[in-house]
Design a protein around this ligand. Sequence first.
Ligand SMILES: Nc1nc2c(c(=O)[nH]1)N[C@H]1C(S)=C(S)[C@@H](COP(=O)(O)O)O[C@H]1N2
Ligand SMILES: [Mo]
Length: 557
Amino acid sequence: MNVRVAGIGALVGVLITAPLMALLYLGAQVVGLPFAPFDLFNWLARVLSGDIIAVGVGAIVTVIATLNLGETSSTAKLIEQLAALVMFLSLGVVAGLLFFVVQRVRQAKQGITAGVVLGLIAAVPVTLLIYSINRAATTSLGVSLAWTLITTVGWGVAIGWVYERWAALSAGRQAAPALSAAPNHAAPATVPVQTTGLSRRQFLVRVGNASAVVTVAGAGLGALLASSTSTSRAVVTAPDGVIRQPSLPADLPNAGAALMPAPGTRLEYTPLVDHYKIDISLIPPNISADNWVLPIDGLVDSPLALTLTDFHDNYEALEQYVTLSCISNQVGGDLIGTSKWTGVSLQAILADAGVQSEARYLNITSADGFHEAVDLDLIQADDRIMLCYAWDDQPLTDGHGFPLRIYIPDRYGMKQPKWITGIEVVADPAAGYWVRRGWDQDAVVNTTSVVDTVATEAIVEADGQMFVPVGGIAYAGARGISKVEVQVDEEEWQEAELRDPLSDTTWVIWRYDWPFQEGRHTFAVRAYDGNGNLQSSDVRGVRPSGATGTHQLRATV
Ligand SMILES: Nc1nc2c(c(=O)[nH]1)N[C@H]1C(S)=C(S)[C@@H](COP(=O)(O)O)O[C@H]1N2
Ligand SMILES: [Mo]
């Protein structure tokens, strides 16, 4: 009996939690209210051990790559978001189940008061969650918390109400004869409401219908409003009617480079919309430029509080072409991109603050709870390390760290906070977010190279010989690339040609025109960094220090 009650409770949990989620989604899309399911997931990702996360993320990335589900970072985000929804719904199921069982055991006839209690109990953690980690909402904290409280209590009341109605109705077996009997016998005036004919089953079907209507309407409206308000920056039609990618700078610094990439090589400059995006939240934090001030304090003679205007007006702007790679990028993966970053040298800012002699590190904190430490010796040795406020000559987008992020050549992305909200000069560093979770302390990028293309459709002819253009990228952070070699099947390694890169720190495009031979072949590539060191051929996974190994592509020509 209680198993049946538990099952009904679980069902009611779904029927009430699903429309709640749709309502929350609608609120998030229309007025920027918090969306609790994502915050719950974010929180879990923060508290889970690094090993569990690494296994989870690794599995997601592998599935995406194996099933060819598309661009890794956005697909992974989508999968995580789905997981967050399923998780939230599951909690609703558990709550509904427990509520029904407990009420049944108590032989309770009423449910609404208990529903208020359920809602209040649930509201405590959910409200705390929104208070402590939500940074995506654009509504004020008070409104966000009130909304969370009201919706959560409302959800509890709804479950309680359904219980009360359900408990008052007679079970379907008894109700059925009452229904068919009704037309034949004049109903006595004293018949209680619950025997008017509606069976428990019918009642639950009605609740189900209402739930479906609210869920579909809420989610549909939310999705509709989301797609109509989000401005697509993907393509821009110029007055002359030509469609352009707005983010591609017109004059790249290597415009005169003699070597042309082999057809099929990835774009040398990654359009901003295609740049991979990796962060610890399901929705990026939302920071208003008006309220944002960056404190630079700790072991300094004159603490600073800089606004975005200060960054623009009071410091010389540095422009650098940068390749950024995630430490979770697999050999040949797509978690790597190249773009133009604009900012201010950290050396200049620290000079203004006056770093004291016992200082050794900067502890950098971010709006999403991310943090990293940067060695002051590293900053003193490299004036390219900068705090950046623009990409592609435009303010950073929300997803890529608005209003400010750091650039550190030679390091993987995990060492480079976005959405910076504080910089403290300290003697002892706090271990970084991912360092604490078992990833490499320094996260210096590994030398890597990738075969993007074997351009069998673009065979070139020279001196009566046919050549197949083979090409791709090589990257070694700030060390640069000195040489790239290609091996076809088990033949000798052959030196490839290198295209002048966008800067000393970006990836380098290589090309090798291979003398045509029919059949199926394997094309492997390896690179030497600027110091002449050959990349590692050991096949190593991404954790903890980034993947290594030789990339190869098989092709039939
Ligand atoms: N505040 C914050 N900064 C962050 C992260 C983050 O989750 N939060 N992720 C880091 C990681 S792991 C990478 S790879 C880069 C990715 O930058 P992108 O999303 O602009 O490509 O941001 C880094 N900076
Ligand atoms: Mo990363």
